[in-house]
Design a protein around this ligand. Structure first.
Ligand SMILES: Nc1nc2c(ncn2[C@@H]2O[C@H](COP(=O)(O)OP(=O)(O)OP(=O)(O)O)[C@@H](O)[C@H]2O)c(=O)[nH]1
Ligand SMILES: [Mg+2]
Length: 301
């Protein structure tokens, strides 16, 4: 039988459920998620091979407007990473949040103007929709916004209509050899995944601006078979943020460490010894060179 393989970009404004959808499709957590917008900062590839068909999904950072407080080099990096993911793909999944169309959805729509690949529109979080009868007239309105290959109401969190979405995407995957071995689920390294897990816990546990001014660098990843030793450095912008991350007598950092370690053990299938550190590195998020050395680098695909 002929093999099929194609790239599928998952795009949308922040917080609409892109990463949740990718994890749901893969049946495994590859991309971190949280209630806060701008959780994903990089392209994250998720590979699913079903018989002769290989789907290569690319989860992306939420495309956002660069307002006064979101106009740093890291914001530019995130928007570029999302836009670049649209190049040379076979299908695009554009996610929106139910009927909440905002100016940022228009920004995404704008980015799709020159995309030739079919765009499937997914209306996510329909489990939260109170009045489902409103959906039909809304779908009609959406059809006027651009040509969509299909429009599907889904719930990434509960899996509703997700198999239907996958079946729709499968139609657009071209014939061709698989890019990855069939048991491979991502092209991201274990170092990347564990750094992301630490960041996820900070996104989930801490409020205000802190999660946005924090990044994680893995200083050591030593696999000794049954135990993996990991040292992760959390970089923040200001001394006050370091204090908050550590918490009173260290309880915050302990809680972050415990939760991150448990997930790392699940993901790596081994016992993990995790060391967490916090350091202040002023201006890292608005410094192109610092960003590059911290792994915010586009040259991937
Ligand atoms: N009720 C409900 N919540 C959802 C659904 N999908 C995602 N969420 C929630 O929406 C929030 C954002 O989900 P993410 O997957 O992190 O969103 P994202 O689009 O990847 O966000 P960014 O990476 O910041 O751009 C999380 O709290 C999810 O649990 C859904 O189908 N139903
Ligand atoms: Mg995300």
């Amino acid at each position: 039988m002929t093999q099929r393989c194609g790239f599928v970009a998952i795009v949308g404004r922040p917080n609409v459920g892109k990463s949740t959808l990718m994890n749901r499709i893969l049946g495994q957590k590859i991309s971190i998620t949280s209630r806060r917008p701008q959780t994903t900062r990089h392209q994250v590839t998720g590979i699913k091979t079903e018989g002769e068909t290989q789907f290569v999904y690319v989860d992306t950072p939420g495309i956002h407007r660069q307002t006064k407080d979101r106009n740093k080099a890291i914001n530019r990096f995130m928007n570029q990473a999302a836009t670049q993911a649209l190049r040379d793909v076979d299908c695009v999944v554009f996610i929106v949040d139910r009927m909440r169309w905002t100016g940022e959805d228009d920004v995404v729509l704008d980015k799709l103007t020159h995309v030739k690949a079919p765009v499937v529109l997914a209306l996510n979080k329909v489990d939260w929709l109170e009045d489902k009868t409103e959906l039909l007239p809304w779908l009609e309105q959406l059809q006027k916004k651009r040509e969509f290959a299909a429009i599907l109401p889904i719930s990434a969190k509960h899996g509703t209509n997700v198999p239907e979405l996958e079946a729709e995407i499968a139609k657009y995957l071209p014939e061709g050899e698989h890019h990855f071995p069939e048991d491979q689920i991502t092209d991201r390294s274990q170092r990347f995944l564990v750094a992301e897990l630490v960041r996820e816990k900070v996104m989930r546990q801490l409020g205000d601006e802190l999660p946005y001014q924090m990044t994680v660098e893995i200083e050591e990843f030593r696999d000794e078979g049954r135990i993996i030793h990991i040292s992760a450095l959390m970089l923040v912008e200001r001394p006050g943020q370091k204090k908050i991350l550590i918490g009173e007598s260290g309880d915050r950092i302990k809680k972050i460490g415990r939760e991150a370690r448990l997930e790392m053990e699940k993901a790596l299938g081994a016992k993990v010894m995790l060391n967490l550190w916090v350091k202040v590195k002023r201006g890292w998020s608005d410094d192109e060179r610092a960003l590059k050395s911290l792994g915010y680098d586009h040259d991937r695909r």
